[in-house]
Design a protein around this ligand. Sequence first.
Ligand code: CMC
Length: 433
Amino acid sequence: MADGAHKNSATFTYDGKTIDLPVIAGSVGPDVVDIRKLYAQTGMFTYDPGFTSTAACESAITYIDGDKGELLYRGYPIDQLAEKSHYLEVCYLLLYAELPTAAQLEDFEARVTRHTMLHEQMVNFYRGFRRDAHPMAVVCGVVGAMSAFYHDSTDINDPWQREVASIRMIAKLPTIAAWAYKYSIGQPFVYPRNDLDYAANFLHMCFATPCEEYVVDPILSRAMDRIFTLHADHEQNASTSTVRLAGSSQANPFACIAAGVACLWGPAHGGANEAALAMLREIGAPERIPEFIARAKDKDDPFRLMGFGHRVYKNFDPRAKVMKQSADEVLGLLGIENNPTLQVAKELEKIALEDSYFVDRKLYPNVDFYSGIILDAIGFPTSMFTAIFALSRTVGWIAQWKEMIEDPEGRIGRPRQLYTGAPSRDYSDVETR
Ligand code: CMC
């Protein structure tokens, strides 16, 4: 991959020594100071826990402007894609950098659709899990296990194998997630239906049973498709960085994506939609909101308002705007605008948007605040929320992984540290300690 344009240089002075550090400009967004030679020239590292000021890679996939509340996939604003496009077209865009022609889209959809079934032996693999296993534990395990089932697409140096692995994961993740759900509730697996679109097929695999046909409502499948689209990629977040770091060791693609799934699980990241709905239920009634707002402000209490705040969006989360609209549509269709959880959500949103603690810290409802409400209304248990996020994000992880693998300058990721432990000392025998 070519470097961004060299623009200028910054000077760094320490201990009487000054060096020039190149400044590189991207296509949009802040310039970066190239510190790759800093250690060689000064013997110093930079210190940036949480990577708040560090660009760990060059990427042309997704751009976020947190202050403007802007999210672009390959340059296209997320609200336009959510309104006019659909998930598989967005997958194509993320993977291949341009919107497809009609023929390209037809071919891509056919390729994905032909890979939706899991190897039948994987059914035995599912049966090894405890019957009440959390769907994320199952998804993480099954995605990792794909490397044991699909040997013919694990060679990262073969572009054809990389392509097949990518299509397999995008195609199979809905089946893997739906089966994790079916397994957790003790129902038979429902096989994919290739006459349904991506989102409708997922809903069908989750809610149909052999005893009863499940007719997918187009409003619900559209809402599902939007959830997939809005979560498809999000630049260098924790799980994507995990996938890149795992991939930098040249691990196989299934192992890398499984690493991403594991990272996504945490409540500060993909687990937030589950945590947000659990919080709304715990609050239970609008009268109890002040108590929880007080706890969120109390620095001695670890409680945070789940579904509020974002590391990058400090104005508003553009995905939350679309998701809020979708939530209104779905709840209207299902006629459940007055359910107690929703009442609490609406009231909490209102109070938090007016309270100076949240306003001053720019803590706005994020995408997970609304996605949890929609998924609950569709009929998913909270334990499935993060698994659905994982299936949506798979394409983003894959696009980022491919970009990294195809970068000729790629090298293993290896952060440094500020060591604060004991200096070198001699071992003492146990009798003398
Ligand atoms: N409730 C109450 N206070 C909060 C919250 C919250 N949800 N989020 C941040 N703060 C406070 C925090 O205590 C700190 O206050 P002070 O300056 O007085 O010490 C200030 O706001 C800045 O917080 P921070 O921890 O430095 O912010 P961060 O950028 O490191 O954290 C975050 C971002 C998303 C982890 C955090 O806002 C959070 O824990 N939110 C709840 C979990 C959540 O909804 N996560 C989903 C994120 S969206 C999905 C995704 O893209 O992964």
